[in-house]
Design a protein around this ligand. Structure first.
Ligand SMILES: Cc1cc2nc3c(=O)[nH]c(=O)nc-3n(C[C@H](O)[C@H](O)[C@H](O)COP(=O)(O)OP(=O)(O)OC[C@H]3O[C@@H](n4cnc5c(N)ncnc54)[C@H](O)[C@@H]3O)c2cc1C
Length: 360
């Protein structure tokens, strides 16, 4: 058994997952400026290949009548950019580089008054004061700590793929609410965009099985030819979508961050942002603890849980509310939601509140 020194941190992951360096990874994230600052402070941002990062200067959101537009502009918001588009593989590579990391699958977690003991099938057990479960929606740590979670299948899958586009995207992110499905095209360097299309699972299967030209034509049409003709330049991947909320974010010697604690629909591109905010707050709570206070102390971890409860619930409510509102098929609801987009666009105060939320 190995014991960690009081202040040391080790990253344990199932396997170094990264791939895709030549073509762009179809799995990308829109990261908020607040989280980019966090990654910068950790030295992770500098380890990312700058030429593969894309700033987003404008967001254009269309209702299902394809006319109602809600626009967010970095210049109007007094910011250099609204978000940065980052590839999943590049981000994981940079994170693994920045921390002492070891590739093992955790198989057992035992917790007592003094320590948490993590066991693996292929390595010596590790003893630590605190285990941070950042192990995704099916979190082993959450299960092992006996933390219950409520789950709901959205009945949708998200198709992701990259395309070259005929017209310049001008560093704009586009999103179309289509009465249930939601299509997003995010800017990549040069004349490329990354698609996230959330659809009923059967429709995602149908589109995912199309020949490249046919898929590109359907995406271009769903995007109302805003970016002209599209050409598929990456594999197409599909992710089933569900909602998950852990009942607690902490247990003695355990804290959950990211999808281990909460999974939301990707329509607002906020899942990882929320997880990075968890990490920021947890780090702050641990740094500010009284001298001599054990990092796994349940009362200390409760401070983290209390500080995250409201922001997580608020984001979950906004995303689920949008999903329900835009999934409704009634034409009255359709007219109301399009009017809502237009109204929000004309109310600078409301727009500013929304934008501040998305940028933190
Ligand atoms: C299509 C799509 C688009 C999205 N776009 C955005 C976006 O633009 N912006 C945004 O903020 N969010 C976005 N999200 C949400 C985002 O992908 C997730 O919130 C985020 O990936 C969660 O990260 P995580 O590290 O918490 O979990 P995961 O990414 O699931 O990582 C968990 C890790 O734990 C490891 N692991 C699991 N079990 C064990 C074990 N027993 N032992 C050791 N290691 C283990 C896994 O190997 C994995 O590396 C999107 C989601 C989807 C589906």
């Amino acid at each position: 058994m190995r014991a960690l020194r009081a202040t040391s941190v080790i990253l344990i992951g199932a396997a170094p997952p990264f791939a895709a360096l030549d073509g762009f990874d179809p799995r990308v994230y829109a990261l908020s400026p607040g989280n980019v600052e966090f990654l910068r402070a950790l030295g992770v941002w500098a380890a990312l290949p700058a030429e593969r990062l894309t700033p987003v200067h404008r967001m254009r959101i269309f209702g299902d009548d394809a006319r109602s537009v809600l626009e967010f502009d970095a210049y109007e918001a007094g910011a250099a950019e609204l978000a940065w588009i980052v590839e999943d593989s590049a981000l994981q590579r940079a994170l693994w580089k920045g921390l002492p990391a070891t590739a093992h699958r955790c198989e057992r977690l035992e917790i007592d008054e003094h320590a948490a003991l993590l066991s693996f099938s292929d390595a010596a057990a590790l003893s630590a004061k605190l285990v941070v479960g950042a192990d995704g929606a099916n979190s082993f740590v959450r299960h092992a700590a006996g933390i219950a979670a409520t789950e709901r299948d959205y009945g949708q899958a998200a198709l992701v793929a990259n395309f070259t586009c005929e017209r310049p995207h001008s560093n704009s992110a586009f999103q179309w609410f289509q009465g249930g499905p939601v299509l997003a095209l995010l800017p990549l360097p040069g004349a490329q965009v990354s698609m996230v299309w959330s659809l009923p699972a059967a429709e995602a299967d149908r589109l995912g099985a199309l020949p490249p030209e046919a898929l590109a034509a359907e995406v271009a049409q769903a995007a109302h030819a805003t970016l002209g003709e599209l050409k598929l330049v990456s594999p197409v991947r599909s992710f089933p979508l569900r909602r998950l909320a852990a009942r607690r974010l902490v247990a003695p010697r355990v804290a959950l961050v990211g999808d281990a604690g909460h999974v939301i629909h990707p329509l607002a591109g906020q899942g990882l942002n929320l997880g990075l905010q968890d990490a920021r707050v947890l780090a702050q709570v641990l740094n500010e603890r009284e001298p001599g206070r054990d990092a796994g102390d349940h009362r200390l971890l409760r401070r983290y849980e209390r500080r995250r409860a409201e922001p997580i619930a608020a984001m979950d409510a906004v995303v689920s509310g949008l999903f329900a509102l835009y999934g409704a098929r009634s034409s009255l609801v359709g007219r109301l939601r399009n009017a809502g987009l237009n109204l929000t666009d004309r109310l600078p105060v409301l727009k500013n509140i929304l934008i501040r939320q998305a940028m933190s």
